[in-house]
Ligand binder design. Sequence first.
Ligand code: AMP
Ligand code: MN
Ligand code: MN
Length: 328
Amino acid sequence: MTDELAVAVARSAVALEGAESILLCAHVNPDGDALGSMLAAFWALRELGKDPVATFPAPFRTADVYRFLPGLDQLTPPDRLRDSYDVVTVFDVAAPARLHELQHQAHRANELIVVDHHVSNTDFGTLPVVDPHAAATGQVAQRIIGALGVALTKDIATCLYTALVADTGRFLYRTTTPEVFREAADLADVGVDVTEVSRHLFEESPFAYLSLLADVIAGAHLEEDLGLVWASVDRDDLDRHGLTPDHAEPIIDMVRQTQEASVACLLKDFDSDGVRVSLRSRNDIDVATISIAEGGGGHRHAAGFTAPSVEAAIDAVREGVRRQRGLG
Ligand code: AMP
Ligand code: MN
Ligand code: MN
């Protein structure tokens, strides 16, 4: 941890300890890291006798895989929030736009603490606690919880472990450092049921998911000249199998196994908000750069953006890969 980050961690703990009211927010469509880091902070603040409010932007529902998370039933819907809170803390939020309507409360706060790990973080908030070297926002949250002097409980540890295992792709991505294993060991020491967490997150899908996967994978394209593999899934595909957008999230992990490609792309075309693009890279290509150029963000090996159409999305991806490969 750099000196600058250590100071930010300490300052955030002081701000939270002295706060009159606290709002915790995860990014829109929260994943395991956003929910896990926010709920870990929620329980830690409760240990200190605080009464934080935790939320995320509409639509106010989470994927079924997160149902086991302690504290999910404690969340407050975004339309039931007060107009302002003394201290607002946001988790895994790379840019204010990822807060949607909750930018209102974020703007009005006396202190806006940004707990994050995206290289694309736009450096917003009055108190950024951003570590681009962290594998998960949960790691940054764990340091703040330590600075608050709160001992890890099983609930806090389960939330932090969820953040870690989710954002490292089960300890597989390049971000999985010895430090990550040490922190995971600390969390397991407190009694996290690691088998249960992984079963919920990765090993339980409805039977219909297999049919969806078969359809989407059957339509995948390999562009060998670019080292690019891509597939797309739309609302009709989901409806045909009686599934919801959450069920499409793990498909990218299947697509990215293609050994002939170093960049994998999944296009999710579900609503009028645009096509959500997930990008993964093995090594040579920096997908964060491609995504930032398209108004999105993320990390070197995992990033995303939103495009107006499937055609516009795949064209932008091809163009980004071509440019980085020096293909003009
Ligand atoms: P995903 O493919 O949705 O799992 O996202 C991979 C990574 O890219 C995550 O770290 C996301 O936070 C980031 N990301 C995806 N979409 C966007 C976006 N529209 N804007 C900023 N970051 C994004
Ligand atoms: Mn996230
Ligand atoms: Mn994250």
